[in-house]
Design a protein around this ligand. Structure first.
Ligand code: SAM
Length: 369
């Protein structure tokens, strides 16, 4: 799809990563410059730089990362001409539609081409994507991008109103994906385009429940089965490593002090109870018990050093205390959650020859389900 060379060349499309929120595609054109709040960069200076490099600006203001495009990065960076599909939905749809290497797929509309790029990578040159868009300018822009990204042989893009005029292929595709304002109007057309020799699949992407209900009715009327609706809700977490405000050596010191305090208390209790015993003995038999009390005192003194807790000794003697403070991983949900984009309505179309006694002809579907 994109350049597979190790280094950036003139004419390559690269992804410029500035921050998590500032990611942009760039067509490397010698003579042009990139100016951002992270500095000034000549395209010519990026030629020959290995993909994945961190590049400093020529005016010393900051740096950028120069990345090789992938469908995931393209979705994050692409110029929006419409609402687009994001990765959580793309992954789920691709999986449920059983899109894989060699699949033949229809999508309508093309929009900004976010879904198209992922599908093309998945199906590879053995598969084919028929993409339909009724907005002429959007169709033209998408065509330019598909050509520039080396996808022209895998995608056939048609400028067309699929709800009115249907698709250009019949009994051909394994799956259909509809991202349209009125997908129910395209369901019968989709049925015509789907293969009839095995189980095939359809997905309709609609933002509200009223649209879902109309789509479900149309799918039922057209003879689709296993109609199922999902919603993908993604809750990303921001993970940071932060230093804990106390170092390991401080923790050891604190532990040691509290252990010694506990030990001190224990020894005091032993001494007190010995004293109590001694006093009661003196009351009974003054002379004989006096000598024993001296022994008790020496025994008590011996208990002290031997009772220093082994755990603390082993920490202090064997654990190298880091000079840097310890760090912990902290995770918190991100503020902006691009969660609900739409409801995904899926259905299957069984082969014409299917009868309940027959095994499901889509062997791969059975394996993957
Ligand atoms: N899935 C696309 C993506 O990931 O970038 C976004 C599709 S966008 C939300 C919907 C597109 O469908 C728009 O570009 C619109 O012009 C196109 N569209 C709407 N009705 C159509 C129709 N009847 N036939 C073909 N395209 C249509």
């Amino acid at each position: 799809m994109w350049s597979t060379d190790r280094e950036v060349a003139a004419g390559d499309v690269v992804i410029i990563w500035q921050t998590r929120d500032i990611i942009q595609p760039l067509l490397i054109t010698p003579g042009k410059d990139l100016n951002s709040r992270f500095g000034h960069y000549r395209h010519a200076d990026l030629i020959g730089v290995p993909y994945g490099s961190k590049v400093g600006s020529s005016n010393g203001k900051g740096f950028i990362h120069v990345l090789r495009p992938t469908p995931e990065l393209w979705t994050m960076a692409l110029p929006h001409r419409t609402q687009i599909l994001y990765l959580a939905d793309i992954a789920f749809i691709t999986s449920w539609l059983n899109i894989r290497r060699g699949s033949r797929v229809i999508e309508a509309g093309t929009g900004s081409g976010s879904f198209s790029h992922s599908v093309v990578r998945t199906i590879g040159s053995a598969g084919h994507l028929w993409s339909y868009e009724f907005h002429e300018v959007r169709a033209e822009k998408a065509r330019e991008e598909f050509n520039r990204h080396g996808m022209a042989d895998i995608v056939t893009l048609t400028h067309r109103n699929v709800c009115k005029d249907g698709f250009t292929v019949t009994d051909t595709v394994d799956s259909v994906f509809l991202d349209l304002p009125a997908p129910w109007d395209a369901v019968e057309h989709a049925k015509k385009a789907l293969r009839k020799d095995c189980t095939t699949r359809i997905c309709c992407f609609s933002p509200c429940m009223e649209q879902v209900l109309r789509t479900v009715t149309a799918l039922n009327d057209a003879g689709f089965t296993d109609i199922t609706m999902y919603e993908t809700l993604l809750k990303p977490h921001d993970v940071h490593q932060i230093p804990v405000p106390i170092s390991l050596s401080d923790i050891v010191d604190k532990l040691k002090k509290s252990e010694f305090k506990r030990e001190e208390k224990r020894l005091r209790q032993i001494a007190n109870s010995s004293k109590r015993k001694r006093d009661s003995s003196v009351d009974k038999d003054d002379g004989s018990k006096k000598a024993k009390t001296d022994d008790d005192t020496s025994n008590t003194a011996e208990i002290g050093p031997a009772a220093v807790p082994v755990t603390i000794q082993s920490i202090t003697e064997t654990t190298p205390v880091p000079s840097q403070p310890a760090k912990v991983n902290l995770s918190k949900p991100m503020q902006e959650v691009r969660g609900h984009t739409s409801y995904l309505t899926f259905a299957r179309l069984l082969p014409i020859s299917f009868s309940p006694q027959m095994p499901d002809l889509d062997e791969n579907m059975v394996k993957s389900d």
